[in-house]
Design a binder for this molecule. Structure first.
Ligand SMILES: Nc1ncnc2c1ncn2[C@@H]1O[C@H](COP(=O)(O)OP(=O)(O)OP(=O)(O)O)[C@@H](O)[C@H]1O
Length: 121
């Protein structure tokens, strides 16, 4: 049975491959870093950090699972098939759903900081 350290190494390999090879992974990582920079700049509260970090983790994790499902589908069959279409579409839909929730959450959190920056009372 592989040790815990071995399992962690394999998981880190997965993260490395995802970040090195997936365009969407790179884009989402850049967005996540910009959001972290904005959070530091605006000194958002601890509760707001929790929500921001949760949403970032949710979107990137969903993208990683979506990538894994796409690769599995492509490995199983290169042929066009309605079932593969349904699987890939639902998987992509999960990423979109998480991204919309993250965008709404981010807007609610950062709205008041941006307003205060441009129109200080
Ligand atoms: N083998 C297939 N059979 C039927 N439909 C497919 C198949 N492969 C892809 N599709 C359709 O094409 C869409 C795009 O699939 P694709 O594998 O290119 O993923 P993608 O969304 O372009 O992601 P990425 O750009 O990360 O590869 C799927 O959501 C699905 O609707």
């Amino acid at each position: 049975m592989p040790s815990f350290a071995t399992n962690v190494r394999h998981a880190l390999d997965g993260i490395k491959v995802f970040l090195a090879t997936e365009k969407n992974g790179k884009i989402q990582t850049v967005i996540a870093l910009l959001v972290v920079a904005a959070g530091c700049w605006f000194h958002i509260s601890a509760a707001e950090w929790c929500l921001v970090l949760f949403c970032m983790g949710l979107v990137i994790s969903m993208e990683m699972v979506n990538t894994a499902i796409e690769k599995l589908c492509n490995h199983v069959t290169p042929i066009q098939h309605p079932s593969i279409k349904t699987i890939k579409d639902i998987s992509a839909g999960a990423v979109l759903f998480a991204a919309i929730i993250a965008a709404i959450t981010g807007s609610i959190i950062f709205y008041k900081y941006v307003i205060a920056l441009f129109w200080p009372s």
